[in-house]
Design a protein around this ligand. Structure first.
Ligand code: ZN
Length: 403
């Protein structure tokens, strides 16, 4: 029935406030008359709303523009450090947090290793990270908290329904952080936050549509359509990691069999490499395994690939082909021209990327795949936390920091 409900006066006012602020943000320095022309609001409304934003410290007057005959108009612009956002990236190896200004610039950054923590211990680490950033923030300027986390997330409530690695189930992270700090908190799946970060902060890309796939321990895609993050009906859009792709495949950590993660994730690649090392005790992978005291990481495999080891290259290519199938399905469904690959599996480099591209091209409609670029992304190591911050700013102020 939401469509039938009339917007209240207050909602309209909040919407117009956001519209005016966004206009100043995107086009400033700008005069009040120009804002009225662009937004199609009355001059009186614009003056009131600009006055409000100046009172809030969000906007300032910055001199006069060129005159078009009469008196030269006063120009206003957004004060970029008027507010800061705490952005968090709950990564596999480390939890990173930063203070981010309204233009998406990182002011201060802290990182803590995960060290295998999960459940309550992991939550405790997140809370300490947030406390430290709250203390570090300039007084009275904190706008809120934006979190990118692995797992299935209800972005409306900020509840993490399920994050396997962190052993979180039905965890109301948004509410916990909001109650702890008194600030609004926005929680999104990390792949989706990364997609938003890639979309907003890659200066070379101007396309309105983009798919970003994060391939690490888990695999997930974030889909940006027309500049907006697409969530799906149940917040599960882009959850491609647990789509079964192998008939009679091995058991996945989700309890089902043959998921994409069992053949294309960092864990799958490392398991293949361990098996290969056992089969060929005098090979490159076995040598690295011995050097590392019986452990291999995705980066060890990546180094073996770079060193030209045949087995490692074969493993990388096989993982790439499995991912390529998933990419082909996305291209076929969405007809999106830009696919960005993120996460530590991308460290496998060209043999892996070539396999992803070849398989996607082979399986998708030629007309579509020919037009699609598949690239390794990562405009910044902070893509996830910047994307999460941007989502919070967009929700709280109607601002989309970008480019
Ligand atoms: Zn699975």
């Amino acid at each position: 029935m939401r469509l039938a409900t009339k917007a209240t006066h207050q909602q309209t006012r909040a919407f117009n406030h956001g519209l005016v602020l966004r206009t100043i943000y995107d086009l400033g320095p700008i005069s009040r008359a120009e804002i009225a022309r662009v937004t199609e609001l009355t001059r009186t409304s614009v003056s009131e709303l600009v006055g409000e934003a100046i009172d809030e410290g969000l906007v300032e007057e910055v001199g006069r523009g060129p005159s078009s005959g009469g008196k030269a108009p006063i120009l206003v612009q957004v004060v970029e450090d008027a507010r800061v956002v705490i952005g968090l990236d709950l990564g596999e190896q480390a939890f990173a947090g930063a203070l981010v200004d309204l233009r998406g610039r990182v002011q201060r950054r802290i990182e803590v290793p995960v060290d295998g923590r999960d459940g309550k211990a992991a939550l405790g680490a997140v809370e300490r990270l947030v406390d430290e950033l709250v203390d570090a923030a300039p007084a009275g300027r904190l706008l809120g908290i934006g979190v990118g986390t692995p797992g299935l997330v209800d972005t409306e409530t900020g509840e993490i329904r399920w994050a396997v690695n962190l052993d979180w189930q039905d965890l109301p992270l948004g509410r916990i952080l909001a109650e702890r700090t008194g600030l609004p908190a926005f929680v999104a799946n990390d792949s989706r936050a990364a997609a938003m970060g890639e979309y907003l902060f890659d200066v070379n890309r101007r396309a309105p549509n983009l798919v970003a796939i994060k391939i690490g321990h888990g695999i997930g895609a974030g889909i940006v359509l027309g500049g907006e993050l697409f969530a799906g009906d149940g917040f599960g859009a882009g959850e491609i990691g647990h789509t079964s792709v192998v008939d009679d495949g091995v058991e996945c950590r989700c309890g089902r069999f043959g998921c994409l993660e069992t053949v294309a994730s960092s864990r799958a690649v490392v398991e293949q490499a361990l098996a290969e090392a056992a089969r060929h005790p005098d090979g490159d992978l076995a040598r690295r395994l011995a050097q590392n005291g019986g452990e291999l990481t995705i980066d060890d495999v990546a180094e073996a690939v770079r060193a030209g080891d045949e087995q490692a290259r074969r493993i990388a290519a096989a993982a790439g082909r499995w991912l390529g199938r998933a990419v082909a399905a996305l291209i076929g469904t969405l007809d999106i021209r830009h696919v960005v690959l993120l996460g530590n599996v991308t460290h496998l480099g060209d043999p892996w990327l070539d396999a992803v591209r070849d398989e996607a091209a082979r399986r998708a409609l030629t007309l579509l795949s020919r037009e699609t670029s598949i690239e390794i992304g990562g405009t910044s190591e902070d893509t996830v936390l910047l994307g999460a911050s941007a989502l919070l700013m967009s929700r709280e102020l109607g601002l989309v920091p970008a480019r």
